[in-house]
Write a protein that binds this ligand. Structure first.
Ligand code: SF4
Length: 413
């Protein structure tokens, strides 16, 4: 069957292009601009007609355009350690005059950060506040060990979200529109639901979509949840996946080995990773990272539901045991033959417990695990030759386990 293009991808490209163009002109159109972390409940801001940009998303785009080394070097020359997350280094590199694929981001009137992903973001956003002399709001999301969040913790988050609303009112000079918040949360919930259903359809064996195609369509769930545009993209994608399953379309053409990827991908090397693996019929059918955007918010109880959703969606805010359970369930759902763990030098919080995860998956599920050292944005921290060698050895092992012999000769790609 010939390769089918996804209409959803064209729609994603269109809505993201419009989003960036609109944001670039926000202040000229008299709108306020916020910069936020991806784990901040930005529905609050959209409901106040504030345009929201995400430095992490900007940095990931810099990574995808292979700008990581250039921008990191500028940030390191300005004093940041190479141990600092490369998203932060990319952001500072652009502010030091480095290239931005978007031509930079408009200066923020306010910066918002939530701590559920890491503590690096607090220092990063405090520095942004000083750099732009703008307002600053932070939501401290309590760490939860069990995966379930207590009412006491939700109360604590809600009180901080209410403080954010005061800040928003002070910025816009208008009383907060709670009815509009309900509408935005309703749209966010619809987008989250379609996103979740798309990921679950991706688990079909054989899969109607590869993880790379889902990553390419991630922009709207990160930047535009709470808008009709995000709903349209994921409704379109969902319907296309149903149709692909109905006609028996297999996205990778061949699935000798179904793999799941843990941690943020190498943004600069998505294509080469796929090519390396596909030479052996190995396909990444699922990625834990995508599940950070599987959340549920309730329009009738927006603040409490956002508190719950945003503090539990991300595994970095929960115990290693919870992460192991979540990923083990995912490996079963995806009928995975193997797990690749990216030990990410930049995102240490997401790499914490990787060895425990490896051991648990190998022992409890009898699923082979490959660990590769790398970085999501700074390609200087990734050795292509080492990744290639490890992947080859891993595939050889999968071959022998699944087929009892080596059927494909390893080949360099
Ligand atoms: S360390 Fe990880 S969670 Fe923190 S900003 Fe970097 S990529 Fe995001």
């Amino acid at each position: 069957m010939s390769k089918m293009q996804l209409k959803a991808t064209a729609l994603t490209q269109q809505v993201m292009k419009e989003y960036y163009a609109n944001c670039r002109e926000s202040q000229a159109r008299g709108r306020k601009v916020a910069w936020a972390t991806v784990m901040m409940p930005t529905e609050l801001l959209l409901a106040a007609d504030i345009d929201v940009l995400f430095p992490e998303n900007h940095a990931a785009t810099c990574g995808a355009k292979a700008l990581g080394p250039e921008l990191s070097e500028l940030a390191e020359a300005a004093g940041l350690s190479q141990e600092t997350c490369s998203y932060v280094r990319c952001d500072l590199g652009v502010r030091k005059g480095g290239t931005s694929p978007w031509g930079g981001m408009p200066a923020p009137d306010i910066v918002f950060c939530a701590t559920s992903s890491c503590t690096t973001v607090t220092k990063w956003f405090e520095e942004l506040e000083r750099f732009y002399a703008c307002r600053f709001a932070m939501v401290d999301m309590p760490y939860n060990f069990s995966g379930a969040i207590t009412d006491h913790s939700v109360d604590y988050i809600v009180a901080q979200l209410e403080d954010c609303i005061f800040q928003i009112e002070a910025l816009t000079g208008k009383p907060y529109d709670y009815a509009r918040l309900e509408e935005v949360v309703e749209l966010a919930e619809t987008a989250h639901e379609y996103w979740r259903k798309c990921l679950e359809l991706g688990a079909t064996n054989p899969s109607p979509i590869t993880t790379t195609d889902i990553l390419v369509n991630m922009g709207p769930i990160v930047c535009l949840r709470g808008t009709q545009a995000a709903v349209d993209v994921y409704k379109t994608l969902y319907e296309e996946l149903l149709e692909r399953i109905r006609i028996g379309y297999v996205a990778a053409g061949e699935e000798r080995f179904r793999l799941v990827w843990d941690n943020i991908p190498f943004w600069f090397g998505l294509g080469s990773t796929v090519r390396r693996l596909s030479a052996y019929g190995a396909v990444i059918v699922g990625a834990t990272y995508l599940y950070h955007w599987v959340r549920s918010v309730d329009p009738k109880d927006p603040l409490r539901s956002m508190g719950r959703a945003y503090s539990t969606a991300i595994t970095m805010n929960q115990s290693v045991l919870h992460k192991i359970e979540k990923i083990s369930n995912m490996l079963k759902l995806y009928q995975a033959d193997g797990l690749i763990i990216h030990s990410n030098r930049s995102c240490k919080p997401d790499s914490l417990g990787s060895l425990d995860l490896k051991r648990a998956v190998e022992t409890n599920l009898n699923i082979p695990v490959l660990m590769v050292d790398g970085d999501h944005t700074d390609s200087r921290a990734v050795s292509d030759a080492v990744v290639q060698t490890r992947m080859e050895a891993f595939i050889e092992m999968l071959e022998r386990r699944k087929f009892g012999e080596l059927r494909l000769a390893p080949k360099l790609v």
